[in-house]
Design a binder for this molecule. Structure first.
Ligand SMILES: [Zn+2]
Ligand SMILES: [Zn+2]
Length: 267
């Protein structure tokens, strides 16, 4: 199939999926939240659409620049693999990378600047996951998509991986009161990721797609009879708007120490 038509289908599928998630949020909410809550338009217009296009373009240029110099895509290292195997390989390896990078951002004072914006959301919902500082996206998605190009994967792999990323980001932040049972030991969902956004709980549930990393590395937190009271940073003074958050990256002092360590969390 023509790549542009495939891309159009992917966008349409994602829109349909988002509509379903928003309906489910209205029907089975975990927390009472408004659809058009505070900072909704910043998340939707600037973080989702504007940043998706602008940062996406910069990353694509950067990867082409890297590949033009490294010339590795000519080696076609994974080109012979079946499409599903290529996709699975890049999904799992990038997911492990992002777990480690996420852990570092929560433990290193300088790297926390990259991730602070993501934890500034006060209402965790379908669009909240898009709130990530452009510098965090730049690092994350360059590391994500550069190997796909450089190792010579099929173009569909990048498209499908991007589609899965988008859908998964919407899913783990969805304000749906869902219980996934044993599934949550393997596949990550809103049940655990929303605790990652609870004030003061940042250093647990660091996984994105596969929950296994949290269970393997001892960062999993899944309380049974407890509800989240408040989301967001546990210190004040960080702005909420897109452009002010961009600038806040460069401020002198960033308070990271007030975020609880994993061992401080009471089960
Ligand atoms: Zn999140
Ligand atoms: Zn985090």
């Amino acid at each position: 199939m023509d790549y542009n038509i495939l891309r159009l289908y992917a966008v349409l599928a994602l829109i349909l999926y988002v509509i379903i998630i928003v309906i489910l949020e209205r029907m089975y909410p975990y927390k009472e939240q408004k659809l058009l809550r505070k900072w909704f338009w910043d998340d939707f217009i600037f973080y989702t659409i504007f940043q998706g296009i602008v940062v996406g373009f910069i990353i694509a240029e950067l990867i082409m620049f890297i590949d033009n110099h490294a010339q590795l895509s000519r080696l076609q290292l994974v080109s012979d693999w079946p499409l599903g195997a290529q996709l699975l390989f890049f999904l799992v390896t990038h997911d492990l990378f992002i777990y480690g990078f996420h852990w570092l951002m929560h433990h290193n004072r300088f790297l926390w600047r990259f991730h602070e914006a993501h934890h500034s959301v006060r209402d965790v919902d379908w669009v909240a996951g898009s709130r990530s500082h452009p510098f965090e996206i730049l690092i994350n998605q360059t590391v994500e998509f550069a190997p796909i190009v450089i190792l010579g994967a099929a173009p569909e792999v990048a498209l499908l991986k991007g589609l899965i990323d988008g859908a998964w980001g919407v899913w783990i932040h969805a304000n749906i009161n869902v219980y996934t049972g044993w599934f949550q030991y393997v596949i990550n969902g809103p049940e655990m990721h929303r605790w990652h956004h609870a004030s003061g709980y940042g250093r647990i549930n660091l996984a994105t797609k596969l929950a296994i990393w949290d269970w393997i590395f001892g960062t999993a937190y899944r309380p049974k009879d407890k509800k989240i009271e408040q989301y967001g940073l546990c210190y004040s003074g960080y702005p909420g708007g897109y452009f002010r958050q961009f600038v806040a990256f460069f401020r002198k002092e960033v308070p990271i120490d007030r975020l609880l360590r994993k061992t401080d969390v009471v089960n």
